[in-house]
Design a protein around this ligand. Structure first.
Ligand SMILES: Cc1cc2nc3c(=O)[nH]c(=O)nc-3n(C[C@H](O)[C@H](O)[C@H](O)COP(=O)(O)OP(=O)(O)OC[C@H]3O[C@@H](n4cnc5c(N)ncnc54)[C@H](O)[C@@H]3O)c2cc1C
Length: 367
């Protein structure tokens, strides 16, 4: 790195906090820390020229749980833990809205629809359970009648009834992230893109050609974290996303979930965005490598053609992102060594919990 005296001083000297990763968690951590302590000098380091993990690659669902997911979770989680998770997601969405206005992230509150497999008892049972899960949502976040049963007209291959969640929304992830970037810059936080952190220890961040010292360091690299901290209980998982050509008659009105949210699709700009299905190809998708695969792409293409458009379509955009999952759905927010903190393992709903994880991490490292 060929740095001038002024660059060296401005970016690398006397930082109170260095955050690694400029996704939703990294920026939310930096923003919360600087808001709580405006006197702090905060630096965010991001390896790519744009954030490269998940925060600008995701599908933009502002959601907090479908009924089939809640049923599945109830097998492994206690009622109180499910309530806490729902609350974390809902509170996180509210916190996000305190950082970014709905207009600035192109938020649309169109609700969400969960479609159910026609002959799959484990999914159809959701219809008999909506009162139970309405009570759970009400216990968690005080919202009444969250789920209701509606007619489903997309395809005969789904059950004729679907579940509508009136409180779900959708947003543009890039708009969300660029608003967070603007907010961070306005607060005086330095953000450097194209800086790949090689290793991190208490008090020290190593770049390719230099070492940065800071009393507090926050690692916010989610699914890509094990390269820096191999001991973390975290599995990297890829999610592939596809967007169709422009469609004259788009049958989608809101955002849709299928199979516990493993498949998700929605209308964007007269196209259909569809992604997920990682559970069907889990061995292949348990990776921190970006990329598309023919088998998963073919599955999602025929899903659109057979169940949504009823005609052949072409995908015009495709990409992938990497998320971090674990044995439980709770994120890891902790101090792993003196002054070295992590805020990772966001699972599939990081848009919902990312702001809250960042805020909790900032409070922890400043306490
Ligand atoms: C395809 C896809 C669709 C999704 N859809 C949704 C959705 O609709 N709704 C929802 O709520 N959630 C969704 N998620 C999940 C959500 O996007 C993530 O949970 C969330 O963005 C994670 O944010 P993060 O800041 O923790 O991590 P990331 O956004 O992954 O940010 C981590 C950053 O760290 C950087 N980094 C990594 N290693 C280094 C290093 N060594 N040095 C410097 N920088 C480094 C990366 O480049 C990256 O920018 C989706 C995820 C994916 C992948």
């Amino acid at each position: 790195m060929n740095l001038s005296y002024w660059e060296e001083k401005h970016y690398f000297e006397d930082n109170d906090l260095v955050v690694i990763g400029a996704g939703i968690v990294g920026l939310s951590t930096a923003i919360a820390a600087k808001t709580l302590r405006p006197d702090l000098k905060v630096l965010v380091l991001e390896r790519s020229i744009v954030p490269s993990g998940a925060s600008t690659k995701n599908a933009g669902f502002a959601c907090f749980g479908s009924v089939t997911e809640l049923i599945s979770d109830s097998v492994n989680m206690k009622y109180e833990d499910q309530i806490a998770l729902l609350k974390m997601r809902w509170d996180g969405l509210k916190l996000l809205q305190s950082n970014v206005t709905p207009e600035d992230m192109s938020y649309r509150s169109r609700g969400g629809v969960e479609v159910l497999e026609l002959d799959d008892v484990s999914q159809i049972t959701a219809l008999d359970n909506i009162n139970k899960y309405n009570e759970m949502v009400s216990d968690a976040i005080g919202l009444k009648d969250c789920f209701s049963i509606v007619d489903q007209h997309l395809s005969d291959s789904f059950h004729s009834k679907a579940i509508y969640n009136q409180y779900e929304g959708e947003l543009n992830p890039m708009h969300m992230m660029s608003s967070l970037q603007r907010k961070a810059s306005k607060l005086g936080i330095n953000i450097l893109y194209g800086v790949d952190v090689q290793s991190v220890y208490s008090g020290v961040v190593n770049l390719v050609t230099k070492e940065i010292e800071s009393p507090k360091i926050a690692v916010c690299t989610n699914g890509l974290s094990r390269a820096l901290l191999p001991q973390l209980a975290l599995q990297a998982v890829r999610n592939q996303v596809f967007v169709t050509e422009l469609l004259a008659n788009n049958p989608l009105q809101s955002c849709y979930h299928f199979d516990q949210g493993y498949v998700y699709f929605r209308e964007i700009d007269n196209r259909i965005l569809i992604g997920g299905a990682r559970n069907l190809y889990s061995e292949q998708e348990n990776t921190d490598q970006f990329g598309q695969t023919d088998n998963l792409k073919a599955y999602l293409k025929s899903f659109v053609e057979e169940r949504i458009t009823k005609r052949t379509i072409q995908f015009e955009y495709e990409w992938s992102g990497i998320l971090g999952v674990g044995e439980t759905k709770e994120p890891i927010i902790e101090e792993v060594a003196k002054g070295l903190y992590v805020g990772v393992r966001l699972g599939g709903m990081g848009v919902a919990i990312g702001s809250g994880v960042g805020h909790s991490l900032a409070e922890m490292l400043l306490s």
